[in-house]
Every structure is written in C-alpha cells, then in structure tokens.
Design a protein around this ligand. Sequence first.
Ligand SMILES: [Zn+2]
Ligand SMILES: [Zn+2]
Length: 304
Amino acid sequence: MNNKAAQLAAQHYEKTLDAADVSRIDFFMNLWAALDDADAAGETAAGYEVPPVERVAALSEAEIPVFTNTPVAIDAAALSRGMNAVIARAAELGGFDEEMTAALTSAKWNEIVAASDIALAGKNPAEYLAAFAEQLVADGMTEVQAQMGQLFASLVLRWQLEGPAEAVARARKKAKVFFDHQMHCPACGGDAALARVGEGGSGDGRNKSLWCPQCGTSWEFDRIRCPRCGTRNQGHLHYYNIEGDEGHRIATCDECGSYIRTRFAGEGDNAPYSPEVEDVVMARLDAVAMDPSFAGGTAERTGE
Ligand SMILES: [Zn+2]
Ligand SMILES: [Zn+2]
C-alpha cells in the first residue's frame, strides 16, 4: 500500500478528527508498519505474471476477476510470518481483551496456514478466508475469535496480493479498459468497501471509483449505479451525510437495501487521499447505517 499517502492522510485527519478516530488510525498505521517490518509481501509480486493486455481486457469485459483466471502463487511462509507479526503488534498495543489475546497469540499460525488451501488464497481470496474462519472454529476458537483471525488473515494476504493487483491495474490501463459496471474487484473479485467521487478519473470532470480492501485495487464505476445490485434507477439511490460532514457520505439503494461508504471530494478539495485511512475513518458510518433509526436521526439527506 501507499504508506506515504496514508501518512499524509493521517496527518491531515489529526487536525480534524476526534481523539478516538485519531488513535484508531494510529493503531492501523502500527499494524501496517508491523507487516512491512515482517516483509509480509515476500517475493510474491516478483513471481506473478499478469496475462497479456488483450486477455486482461477480455476478462474485465466478462467480469471475470483476473486472479480467477491467473492465480497468484501465495507464499505460505510469508503469510504465517505476517500473521505472527501483526497479531503480536496488535496485542502489544492492547487491541484486545485477555481472552482474545490468548486465543490469537497461542494459535499456531504456521500450522493453520499449512493446513489451509493456499492455492485458493491466490485465486479467490474471499472464499479462502471464509474457509479459513471455519477452520479456526473447527480448531476450537469461538465465532468472534475466528472472525478476528479472519480479519487479520485478510489484512496479511493483502500484502501479497497488492503487487500482482498493481500489475493487473497497469494492464487494464494499457488496454484502456473502462467498463463502468464492474461490481466486483477486477483483480481479486472482492466486494468494494468504499467509493470515492471526485476529480481525477479517465474522463473529464468528476468520476466515481470503487476500492477493494482485499488487494487495494481501485476501478472506475458509473456515477449513478448501485455497486451492490447494479440498478441505475436514480430515484432509488440516495446520499446521506452525518452532522454536516459533506466529505463522508453513505450512499444507499432502496432496491437492494444496501449501502456503501463514499468519500466525496468537493471541488478544489485536494486533501490527501488514502483509501486505507478512509476505510478506518469511515468505519463509524457503518454504525450509523446499521442503526435501525437510520434515515432519520442525525443523518441528513443530500443531493447528488
Ligand atoms: Zn481486489
Ligand atoms: Zn442496490
């Protein structure tokens, strides 16, 4: 990931966010640093051969994730090394209660990773991680502990997937691929965690892009379309913001009942942007969106 951008964004938010948000960003910055220190990326990216440009374009058009077609060879040693490093750092920072700490730090990640279907991790990360969590429960963890283990595994896997994902993005750029309706990540097939509306896309003016937290890919998407169900019915798509914060919005869809957190960069807004930091900052929007009273309360409906 782009550490420089994350640092700039974190510095920017230090001045505007409350102490709890600032310390949450700090916590994640620490975890990311631990993964860099442990060389969780390994040599995976160097060994990845992205398919030819025309093939990448054809896969994108058919909405087949490139990794499904040409998997990444995941380095099991780097994955377990990353798990040990990131969990040790999180425990050091006091991120969990005692029971969670005991469950996660005593787990034998080398053995757990060795027993997992590592080939699937580079082909369909979401499916791999679901199976990973099931395995943790079968090994004796509670559901909540297994979910936490799965979150860490997802973060650690990201370190190996992002290099190959960047190669895919370069190939898509070369092929001038622009299909504005891809609801899943064109590289790994993951779901978008957030959207960004602002300047800086392939066309003129303002564009929307989606971001996949699993491999770090951003891709352009239709401005007026639900990224979960694909509807283009503008009357069913709304934006809400919280307490007048126009920059962070919840985009909802009446048709499928889903939402996506959206960073709105206003005109001339050149605040540093890091999707990873936004993901942490906008975690609080999830709490609002899940609240049964949402759509009234403190949320304001806005235009666009
Ligand atoms: Zn992805
Ligand atoms: Zn929808």
